[in-house]
Design a protein around this ligand. Structure first.
Ligand code: 1HN
Length: 363
């Protein structure tokens, strides 16, 4: 058979194959099976001064009746956002994140879903999230979880706007094709426990009520900033971790696993002038600057940050952090490490010589 008729035969073969919804592996393996992870999400940073006005304006435009379940402005990673629909609300390839606003006197309706959620409180006080019958107070610096499948709603009894960061595993569950979502029959669910009951049960380190022995849903629903900060300050007596300096992970005291089930989270402290060594890992992370100023070098690009900024470290991206301020910097971060670990996909490596060459400045 001459080359031309072979080409023609292939062309017709591919056409017929496609018509029957079949595909030729010999043509496509290289583009899918990359040597190393090539996530769709890209390193990116959102300045608080750009995000905050949109959040404030949403407060004027959006009301929280059955139509507006939650008032959130979410982060759309430019590498993923246009790959609709799975890129919907993707900050990293697996994680959604957004800034939620609840105004004094407002209520957000009760619902439940099989996506896991974590919250990091940015500003305000006097609001409660109600999770499965328990009101949990929210104050700046607190970390809260809403485990998958539990009824949850929010009420605000304070007198200043309440703003927090939400993170959910929406892109992951969407790709897995396993989304469930349901509204509670009433607007708010009934309260059946004393306020902050999880905190009352778990205020003494190392003590576990026997009723929680088999409670695999994280029974500790809130981690107060005052405890987290004090615990981090005391870590200063230890050698800093080469890549993350000082950090505390939020865990489920019953299992020792991530409090947020599929979503990991930690609060990290960089002493003044501290510069970590660069490394990369399979899991992706979303960072939110709670206090301080500095920069993070991601894949050779310098991302300068200050209070309120949010940035993304995609899977397998080199990164190192620097505190350029004169006080401790506190970085909250959330990640998909629990998923990677449970699937045995996690791995990491150190950057040769520890530091990247900065080739560009993120604009
Ligand atoms: C949700 O339930 C909350 O409970 C926030 O505050 C953001 C984004 C998508 C789906 C459910 C909340 C959400 C969400």
């Amino acid at each position: 058979m001459d080359m031309q008729s072979l080409d023609e035969r292939f062309r017709v073969y591919y056409e017929r194959l496609k018509e029957k919804h079949l595909g030729p592996l010999w043509n496509s393996i290289g583009s899918i099976m990359t040597k190393e992870p090539k996530p769709k999400s890209i390193p990116y940073l959102w300045k608080w001064k750009d995000v905050a006005p949109f959040v404030k304006e949403a407060g004027e435009l959006v009301t929280l009746d059955r139509g507006g379940e939650r008032r959130v402005v979410f982060f759309r990673n430019p590498g993923v956002a246009d790959l609709e629909p799975w890129g919907w609300g993707a900050a990293t390839d697996t994680l959604y994140a957004g800034i939620q606003l609840l105004l004094p006197g407002e209520k957000a309706p009760s619902h439940r879903h099989n996506q896991s959620a974590i919250r990091f409180i940015i500003q305000g006080s006097g609001a409660f999230t109600i999770v499965e019958g328990e009101r949990i107070a929210m104050e700046a610096g607190d970390f809260l979880i809403t485990p998958a499948g539990l009824w949850h709603d929010h009420v605000h009894e304070g007198d200043e706007p309440m703003i927090w960061l939400d993170c959910l595993d929406i892109p992951l569950l969407y790709k897995l094709g396993v989304m469930f979502f349901e509204n509670f029959p009433e607007f708010n669910q009934p309260v059946t426990f004393p306020d902050n009951y999880a905190l009352l049960r778990y205020s003494a380190p190392g003590l576990r009520p026997i009723q929680d022995r088999n409670n695999l849903v994280a029974p500790q629903t809130v981690f107060k900033w005052s405890f987290t900060k004090q615990a981090l300050e005391r870590l200063g007596q230890l050698e800093p971790d080469p890549y993350d300096a000082y950090a505390m992970e939020y865990i489920n005291p019953v299992t020792g696993e991530a409090a947020g089930q599929t979503i990991g989270a930690m609060m990290q402290m960089l002493p003044p002038g501290h510069h970590t060594r660069a490394h990369r890992h399979v899991h992706s992370a979303i960072y939110h600057v709670f206090e301080g100023s500095g920069y993070t070098v991601i894949e050779g690009v310098r991302f300068a940050w200050e209070k309120g900024d949010t940035f993304v470290i995609p899977n397998w991206a080199w990164h190192e952090h620097v505190n350029t301020g004169s006080r401790s910097a506190y970085l909250f971060s959330t990640n998909d490490r629990p998923v990677m670990e449970r699937l045995r996909l996690e791995r990491w490596e150190e950057y040769p010589n520890g530091h990247q060459v900065v080739t560009a400045e993120f604009q």
